[in-house]
Design a protein around this ligand. Structure first.
Ligand code: 13P
Length: 253
């Protein structure tokens, strides 16, 4: 059965001291994470090791990288490879966040390579997709997202794709306070699952967790997560506030 996941994406926020405090507040709270659920913290690279130590193998909680390079190793100054992530026991990596697609010109082809690199080291890619506002305004979001999935994930086989987590993050809803309605989220998630089913079959599609991201907060998480094809959230701003993220974790199915 597919997992229900609350994933925090800290982006480029928090000093080490702030991050340590935040993580402590969350892991020492009364949150219960059962075996059908996962709580994931995508922290900046410098904190991966210390955050992992802080979690100390706590059941069903994991640290994630926010990015990795698409090449295995070499002269890429400032970059981080999946081998490095695997060598410090990182088990998840966000791939293809819209901010990286936009500010670092990441292409669907490069992202396909990143997905492969991660999977080759047993790291679960949290693969992000989602349309910009202009595409949504012209009702082109379904085709747009299908192309992103096709070009970055459809080279995988049916067994391997089940190791990927997908996050649908409409760009117009990221950091804007303008959340997709629960109905809009469900509509897209069901479309994504249908696209996956068409390529890999119904059973495979039913096993893949699809997270929603874009202005998720404590107050709207319940409604969004209650949708049948929404398997949790990838959370930016609200994941920086312990009480908010705790509420979001508690909203998981
Ligand atoms: P916000 O929750 O701040 O809108 O960010 C969403 C996001 O980009 C998570 O990856």
């Amino acid at each position: 059965m597919r997992k229900q996941i609350a994933a925090a994406n800290w982006k480029m926020n928090n000093t080490q001291e702030e991050g340590t405090k935040l993580l402590n507040e969350i892991i020492n709270s009364d949150v219960q994470v059962n075996d059908n659920q996962r709580v994931i913290f995508a922290v900046p690279f410098p904190y991966l090791v210390s955050a992992n130590q802080q979690l100390n193998n706590r059941a069903n909680m994991f640290v994630s990288a926010q990015n990795c390079h698409n090449k295995t190793a070499g002269a890429y100054t400032g970059e981080v490879s999946v081998d490095m992530l695997a060598s410090i026991n990182i088990q998840y990596c966000v791939v293809g966040h819209s901010e990286r697609r936009e500010y670092f010109s990441e292409s669907n082809q490069q992202l396909a390579e990143k997905v492969d690199r991660c999977l080759s080291k047993g790291i679960t890619p949290i693969f992000c997709c989602g349309e910009p506002l202009t595409i949504r305004e012209n009702d082109g979001q379904n085709d747009y997202v299908a192309v992103q999935l096709n070009e970055s994930l459809f080279h995988l086989d049916g067994e391997t794709i089940q190791k990927v987590v997908i996050a649908y993050e409409p760009i117009w809803a990221i950091g804007t306070g303008k959340t997709a309605t629960a109905a809009q989220a469900q509509e897209m998630h069901s479309h994504i699952r249908a696209v996956l089913a068409n390529q890999f079959g119904d059973t495979v599609a039913a096993n893949i967790s699809i997270l929603y991201g874009g202005s998720v907060k404590g107050a709207n998480a319940n409604e969004i997560f209650s949708q049948p094809d929404v398997d949790g959230g990838l959370v930016g701003g609200a994941s920086l506030i312990a009480t908010e993220f705790i509420q979001i974790i508690k909203a998981l199915k």
